[in-house]
Design a protein around this ligand. Structure first.
Ligand code: G3P
Length: 224
């Protein structure tokens, strides 16, 4: 499964990309508002595109088909790896069809059911993003959506990639991988939690400590 970083923070993107931990980045208007400061959002997106060797999702804010299409064409000029995020709306799917015909990659966002995922795939979306955390927040079983979408896509040979989004914790990542999501986009805090385990730290401390004891002892032996 591919891992994308869900952020618009350039420092986080630089770190994860240089560490070879990520295959792409997703942003949204909320993340840009949190991290862009006074910098023009398109400049932030351009910079992210240059830092990452993989798809970078940038979202339109128009909500009509023509507006989304025009905005998407502008966003696509920011980098060769731009994927345009389009909200799961009737007009959004119209825009996705036109953009797909133009060869522009799309990510249908704000999907909350497997049938919405099916519609996005039929429109030709490159990715569709079911929002797991937001579904779990209201008492749904988000993983069921991913499981159903996987089955539907496999039944009909639909090539749209299932991009598990709104990830809150490492279990979301593990479960999304087990039910066959193609990608998980994760916040930096969750990526760090994927890396860490207290037993790894404790185990390493013991190995290093025991090695120091061995070195100290063998040095004593050599000297005596
Ligand atoms: O990028 C879309 C999605 O990952 C947002 O997550 O935490 O705002 O529900 P969240």
């Amino acid at each position: 499964m591919k891992l994308f970083l869900d952020t618009a923070d350039l420092g986080e993107v630089r770190w994860a990309s240089q560490a070879g931990l990520i295959d792409g980045v997703t942003t949204n208007p909320t993340l840009l508002n949190q991290h862009a400061g006074d910098v023009e959002p398109h400049d932030v997106l351009k910079e992210i595109c240059s830092l990452v060797d993989g798809p970078v999702s940038a979202e339109v804010v128009a909500v009509d088909a023509e507006g989304m299409y025009r905005e998407a064409r502008e966003l696509a000029k920011l980098g060769e790896n731009i994927v345009v995020k389009i909200p799961m709306l009737e007009d959004g799917l119209v825009a996705v069809r036109r953009l797909t015909a133009d060869g522009i990659k799309t990510n249908v966002t704000l999907a909350f059911s497997s049938v919405q995922c099916l519609l996005a795939a039929k429109a030709g979306a490159t990715f569709v993003s079911p929002f797991l955390g937001r579904l779990d927040d209201i008492g749904h079983d988000s993983m069921e959506i991913v499981r159903e979408a996987r089955l539907i896509f496999d039944n009909y040979g639909l090539e749209t990639e299932i991009l598990a989004a709104s990830i809150r914790h490492p279990r979301h990542v593990a479960e999304a991988a087990m039910v066959g999501a193609d990608v998980a986009t994760i916040p930096t805090g969750v990526l760090k939690k994927l890396l860490l385990h207290p037993l790894t730290d404790r185990g390493l401390d013991k190995f290093l400590n025991d090695w120091s004891k061995l070195v100290a002892r063998t040095r004593v032996n050599v000297e005596s």
